[in-house]
Design a protein around this ligand. Structure first.
Ligand SMILES: Cc1cc2nc3c(=O)[nH]c(=O)nc-3n(C[C@H](O)[C@H](O)[C@H](O)COP(=O)(O)O)c2cc1C
Length: 219
């Protein structure tokens, strides 16, 4: 994973857990190893509610995660989002979220994950994952999480590149593009942008996609 052609992508895992060497510690080490295997530079830091989080500005991706204890996401991570400058330092950051817990996923998505997401309404969430007890030591579950982070990061970065080209994508068109596998969406993106430029179009919408598909040159 790289943030551009020269520099490796920089990711930090900010986490909390009451346990030392427990399931969350093992999980973040596995996530870290998987990220490093993709070429990323990775650090981890255990949260304190009152700390200075200015250092997160140096990272391209921030992964936030913690266990749930008695229905509440572990307190130092939640505390950091409420009491410190963490939320401010996360502005504009691409974020991935995970929780470790014993509850079924629907319950965790409804009751626990919103405790973090309510603080991150303006952030791009690349991936969110609930790790059930049987998944915490499962290399496939970790690899899926890291793959999704990488794919969504690439999409977010290439969307930004398009915007800086002077071309705008409507939310509906971006949603269509982002729902495609990245290999396919990259080709469609490039073809549509060429079509838009050739035809003086500055806003790419689903209608432009239809128009380009039915044009004599196709996509
Ligand atoms: C004291 C305690 C309370 C817990 N409360 C909950 C809970 O309310 N909901 C839940 O889904 N899991 C709960 N769990 C399960 C933990 O979230 C899960 O085991 C997690 O992986 C623990 O992480 P750790 O090993 O880093 O401490 C609880 C576990 C403990 C030890």
């Amino acid at each position: 994973m790289s943030s551009n052609e020269e520099k490796p992508l920089r990711a930090i895992i900010l986490y909390d857990s009451r346990s030392i060497g427990g399931s969350t510690d093992r999980l973040i080490d596995a996530i870290g190893r998987e990220l490093v295997a993709t070429g990323a530079y990775v650090e981890k830091a255990k949260c304190r509610a009152m700390a200075d989080y200015s250092f997160v500005r140096d990272f391209d991706i921030v992964i936030l995660g913690a266990p749930v204890y008695y229905l509440v996401v572990s307190s130092q991570l939640l505390g950091a989002l409420v009491q410190s400058n963490l939320k401010k330092c996360l502005r504009g950051k691409k974020i991935a979220l995970f929780l470790t817990c014993g509850s079924p996923e629907p319950m965790a998505l409804t009751l626990y994950l919103p405790q973090l997401k309510v603080h991150l309404v303006r952030n791009r969430i690349l991936s969110e994952k609930i790790f059930a007890p049987h998944q915490m030591d499962d290399p496939d579950a970790v690899a899926d999480f890291v793959d999704e982070i990488g794919e969504e990061y690439e999409k977010a970065v290439s969307n930004k590149r398009s915007r800086s080209n002077g071309l705008q994508w409507s939310d509906e068109a971006l949603e269509m593009l982002n729902s495609m596998p990245s290999f396919f969406s990259n080709k469609i993106r490039a073809a549509l942008e060429t079509y838009a430029k050739q035809n003086g179009i500055t806003l790419i919408t689903p209608e432009v996609l239809d128009e380009a598909r039915s044009s004599p040159m196709g996509l």
